[in-house]
Each structure stands twice: as structure tokens, then as C-alpha cells.
Design a protein around this ligand. Structure first.
Ligand code: HEM
Length: 129
């Protein structure tokens, strides 16, 4: 069970330092997995990218809180994305890119506790099928 306070503190700190981190996350995603960039060619106004970011953040906040919807959303989106040419095991790369870009934004203030709690959260997400 990831420590909600640590995860939420990261989100607050990232927002304070960076404002909207959406561009950072996609830069990170496409640097790590260049082949994924072409999937967004039709997303000219960035609407799909913004919706994905929003849903990912909503899942994170819900999961460390009341956990009312995140497991269902992750399980169904994982399957649904197969139809977008994103195989089920690739789906988690977005959460990895999100964590990696948050780590970069936090710089020296990224703590071992943050590293541990985010790793735990991502491992639990990856196990949701
Ligand atoms: C590397 C992982 C992922 C890739 C490459 C990816 C790719 C895509 C693509 C290409 C679309 C547009 C499909 C279309 O309209 O034809 C899409 C839609 C969407 N994705 Fe992802 N996705 C990933 C992970 C995620 C994650 C983790 C979430 C949230 C938990 C998410 C949430 C969404 C949502 C909500 C939409 C619909 C957006 C809209 O139409 O407004 N995706 N995804």
C-alpha cells in the first residue's frame, strides 16, 4: 500500500515547481520509447495527450485515497489500449514516464522515500489486470 502522503506531496511539489507537467511527461515518454510518438500523430491539438494525463493523475489520487475507481479504470483502459496498438504491458510505460519526469522536476529534492513509494505504486498498477 503506497503512502498517500508521500505520493500527494510529490504531486503538489511538482505543480508548485512546474505548473502543468504534461509536456515533461510526453517528452520523457517519447525519449524512452520513440516508437510511441507516431501513435499521437492524429492528436494535433494535444487533446488526447491531455486526457491521458488527466486520467492517469485521477487514477493515482483515487488509488492512494478512497480507491473507488482506479483499479477498474486501469484494468479496462489496459485492455482498451490494445486497440490503439498499445499492448497491455506497454500501458504502464506512461506511469513510468510520469514518475521519471517528476523525479527530474524534483531534482535534488527527490527523496529515497519518494523513490520507494512511487516504485511501489507503479508495481501495484502493473499488477492490475
Ligand atoms: C505508453 C502508454 C500509452 C500509450 C502509448 C497510449 C496511447 C493512446 C492513444 C494513441 C490514444 C488515442 C487513441 C485514439 O483516439 O485513436 C489514447 C487514448 C487515451 N488514453 Fe492512452 N496511452 C497510454 C497509456 C494510458 C494511460 C496509463 C492512461 C490512463 C490511466 C491513458 C488514458 C487514455 C485516455 C483517457 C484516452 C482517451 C482520450 C480521448 O480520446 O480524449 N492512456 N492513448
Amino acid at each position: 500500500m503506497p503512502d498517500a502522503a508521500v505520493i500527494l506531496e510529490t504531486l503538489e511539489q511538482v505543480a508548485e515547481r512546474r505548473g502543468d507537467p504534461t509536456p515533461d511527461v510526453y517528452l520523457q515518454l517519447f525519449q524512452s520509447y520513440p516508437e510511441l510518438e507516431r501513435l499521437f500523430l492524429m492528436d494535433r491539438d494535444g487533446g488526447v495527450r491531455a486526457s491521458m494525463m488527466q486520467q492517469a493523475l485521477e487514477c493515482i489520487v483515487d488509488y492512494v485515497g478512497d480507491r473507488l475507481v482506479a483499479p477498474q479504470i486501469i484494468a479496462s483502459s489496459r485492455l482498451h489500449h490494445d486497440g490503439y496498438n498499445v499492448p497491455p504491458d506497454r500501458f504502464d510505460c506512461f506511469f513510468v514516464a510520469l514518475r521519471d519526469s517528476f523525479r527530474a522536476i524534483m531534482g535534488a529534492d527527490w527523496s529515497p522515500t519518494m523513490e520507494r513509494e512511487w516504485a511501489g505504486l507503479l508495481a501495484e498498477f502493473a499488477a492490475i489486470r
